[in-house]
Design a protein around this ligand. Structure first.
Ligand SMILES: NC(=O)c1ccc[n+]([C@@H]2O[C@H](COP(=O)([O-])OP(=O)(O)OC[C@H]3O[C@@H](n4cnc5c(N)ncnc54)[C@H](OP(=O)(O)O)[C@@H]3O)[C@@H](O)[C@H]2O)c1
Length: 237
């Protein structure tokens, strides 16, 4: 198993929800973190007691690629390396087959698919260099099966799963391992208005953080390509 000491992990959308839980768990485990968020002040309360040499917060707007480049450059300048990338930031809006909401669909593509791809492209040279780079794309169970009429979100998450497999293959020979993490309902702001499933039966964000910790620890010879995490008896194809 790989230890956390000296390993530098980027996490997008680390200020709330699943991203924040991942950041807290990884910091507690001993990783060095580079947090990418739209509003850098939004991680202040979380990082207040953290050792300054083990974290950095940078501006990351999924819809602005110049912030992707600046975030990766700031991370390398500060820590000299990148060992892992958690593409977590995401947006869930509703677009059905018959909606003509291309602007909404374009936003979800930009945030849920094109931004993770852009971050992977920027991080890959550094992940290859360390010999045991790790990428976790927080996709969704909505990227494995179509459960409702929100085809827009499902299409982006199916694409995120495809991106994960392509990335795993692209980086394999240099020790880069990539996982499509596909949770069902997690109790965050994103699911606050869900009425079809009880909130108290949803996963906690800390459950997902625990899974990410394991993915980061596994050796190069134990790669998990896809991981579905359920809170109910979903059918997964
Ligand atoms: N909750 C679930 O049931 C569930 C299940 C499966 C997968 N997921 C996936 O898990 C990931 C995290 O979801 P969550 O439940 O933690 O959602 P959340 O509580 O709504 O948090 C979303 C995060 O994404 C960030 N974000 C959104 N748009 C952004 C943009 N344009 N640029 C940069 N950051 C942006 C948000 O930043 P701001 O604070 O600036 O808005 C926030 O940090 C998403 O990819 C989501 O699709 C969630």
């Amino acid at each position: 198993m790989l230890g956390p000491a000296g390993r530098v992990i980027l996490i997008s959308g680390a200020n709330r929800g699943i991203g924040r839980a991942i950041a807290e768990a990884l910091y507690d485990a001993g990783y060095t973190l580079s947090l990418g968020v739209r509003d850098p002040a939004s991680t202040g309360a979380m990082t207040a007691g953290w050792a300054s040499e083990r974290h950095l917060t940078a501006r990351f707007d999924a819809e602005d690629q110049s912030t992707h480049r600046a975030w990766v450059a700031a991370t390398v300048e500060r820590f000299g390396r990148i060992d892992g990338l958690v593409n977590n930031a995401g947006l869930a809006l509703r677009v059905t087959v018959e909606d003509e909401k291309d602007d909404v669909l374009d936003r979800m593509w930009a945030i849920n698919v094109k931004a993770p791809l852009s971050m992977i492209r920027l991080a890959l040279p550094h992940l290859r260099r360390c010999g045991a780079g790790r990428i976790v794309n927080v996709a969704s169970i909505a990227g494995k099966a179509v459960y409702n009429n929100n085809v827009g979100y499902a299409m982006t998450k199916f694409a995120a799963v495809a991106l994960s497999h392509a990335t795993r293959r692209a980086g394999w020979s240099d020790g880069v391992r990539c996982t499509a993490l596909c949770p069902g309902f997690v109790a965050t702001d994103m699911t606050a208005d869900v009425t079809t499933f009880p909130h108290e039966q949803m996963m906690a964000p800390s459950d997902i953080a625990e899974v990410v910790l394991t993915l980061l620890r596994l050796s190069n010879n134990a790669s998990i390509a896809e991981l579905v995490v359920n809170c109910r008896d979903d059918v997964v194809f």
